[in-house]
Design a protein around this ligand. Structure first.
Ligand SMILES: Nc1nc2c(c(=O)[nH]1)N[C@H]1C(S)=C(S)[C@@H](COP(=O)(O)OP(=O)(O)OC[C@H]3O[C@@H](n4cnc5c(N)ncnc54)[C@H](O)[C@@H]3O)O[C@H]1N2
Ligand code: MOO
Length: 397
């Protein structure tokens, strides 16, 4: 691909959808699978409930046309009792919530609607078949599908599988990330700045964004603007990670070595440069199992590209069937004068159904991004937009 060729935003998103490598399935303990997506259907190994259960504290009875109000009490069964008995018509047992009802009991009467005199149970209630009995397998039967491939394991899903006695599940594993930070001008926070230096902030920012998505296996490599050092770091990152994010060094300057090094390492380039602002010089490629994004060094560009492209790729990788980013349509609160024809992502603040474009839209500035909870998307070719216009917005969280 010609390195001056710029794809459109929609083409770039489509290429990410198409080329992102998906995770290999792996078996995990239930709790370690929280928020991950099932790689296989899960079948229930048991009936749930496994036996007819009382849903109330009261009395289990075997009633028929001749036995509706008076029953002889013959036993007591509490939760956990291994008492698998039967009744004769007209008999009742004292029973408690969660206890196994006698095999042929056909109703449980809550104790508030009963009285007992001389071992005779009197009922002030209407008897209906299986009243207050949780029947065997009524939630799920043995071998039925409990959860389907692609479902996300939220706390309820984990609880549900635990009720079936399941301890492990096959999920798509979380990716490992390496963030490669390039730039001679970058100093560590906590040290004093020499003239010409700025503090390095992209690594921790991207790390924070990934941590919010539950990604914690992140290696950070820092490299000077030197071709061989850049190439060596990229080689290492590609071999060790599912995702490689590179910050800086991707533009056209004499010391921007990232693009050249990635191609030299036989990376398959899917695009390099997008008709967008910010984040024009964004490289996306794959190499072996690695998904590679070389982000512009400007902090707001890097973070915008993260939200729009990398988060999408991440969701595809972890098997989310709905990995495509959703937008909402909101009413704009302030005018924006758009210059140029590139598509734009604007830092914005959503309140209810309204959205406000924030100041400091420069790709070098994070001061208003820090207050943003959304990115407004203006398509290529769109001109100035006015107050009360409906705009397409990505919510970032
Ligand atoms: N002749 C041209 N020059 C530039 C173009 C162009 O099309 N033609 N594009 C501009 C645009 S747009 C962007 S965005 C940048 C991207 O450049 P790089 O990705 O090569 O990034 P750097 O030059 O390394 O850095 C850009 C800027 O960001 C600061 N930076 C870099 N890394 C960090 C970091 N880890 N933490 C904080 N700040 C960082 C860096 O000091 C620069 O100020 O290229 C334009 N130039
Ligand atoms: O594309 Mo750059 O990210 O506008 O500054």
């Amino acid at each position: 691909m010609d390195n001056n060729y710029m794809v459109s935003i929609t083409e770039a998103i489509e290429l990410v959808h198409t080329h992102t490598h998906v995770s290999a399935p792996t078996r995990k303990l239930l709790l370690n699978a929280l928020d991950l997506f099932l790689a296989k259907d899960v079948f229930s190994p048991i009936n749930m409930p496994p036996f007819n259960q009382s849903a109330m504290d009261g009395y289990a009875v075997l009633y028929d046309d001749n036995h509706q109000n008076n029953f002889i009490l013959v036993d007591e069964i509490k939760a956990g009792d291994n008492n698998n008995r039967t009744l004769q018509a007209g008999q009742a047992v004292r029973i408690f919530t969660g206890a196994p009802t006698p095999t042929n009991a056909n109703a449980v009467i809550m104790q508030e609607n009963t009285s007992v005199k001389n071992n005779i149970l009197l009922i002030d209630d209407v008897l209906t078949p299986n009243k207050n009995i949780r029947l065997t397998g009524e939630q799920i039967k043995q071998n039925e599908t409990a959860l389907r491939k692609g479902e996300k394991l939220n706390p309820a899903a984990i609880g549900f599988l635990a009720t079936l006695g399941i301890t492990t599940v096959d999920i798509y594993k979380k990716p490992t990330f390496t963030i490669v930070v390039t730039g001679n001008e970058l100093a560590e926070a906590g040290t004093s700045l020499e003239f010409g230096q700025i503090y390095e902030s992209n690594a921790i920012m991207l790390q924070a964004a990934l941590l919010k998505k539950g990604i914690d296996n992140i290696t950070i490599l820092k490299v000077k603007d030197n071709y061989n050092a850049t190439k060596d770091s990229l080689q290492k990152a590609i071999l060790q990670s599912d995702f490689v994010l590179i910050s800086g060094g991707i533009s056209v300057g004499d010391y921007d070595f990232v693009g050249k090094a990635l191609l030299e390492l036989n990376t398959q380039q899917h695009f390099y440069k997008i008709k967008q602002k910010p984040g024009k010089p964004l490289f996306y490629g794959t190499n072996g199992n690695a998904n590679i994004f070389a982000l512009p060094g400007n902090p707001a560009s890097a973070l915008t590209c993260y939200y729009i492209y990398i988060e999408t790729a991440l969701q595809k990788f972890i098997g989310n069937p709905n990995y495509k980013k959703q937008t909402v349509r909101l009413t704009l609160q302030n005018e924006y004068i758009k210059k140029g024809i590139r598509g734009e992502f604007l830092k914005a603040k959503v309140t209810g159904k309204e959205v406000e474009i924030l100041g400091s839209q420069s790709s070098a500035m994070l001061n208003t991004f820090a207050n943003a909870n959304a990115l407004i998307y203006l398509e290529e070719g769109v001109g100035t937009i006015s107050k009360n216009q409906i705009v397409t917005t990505y919510i970032i969280d």
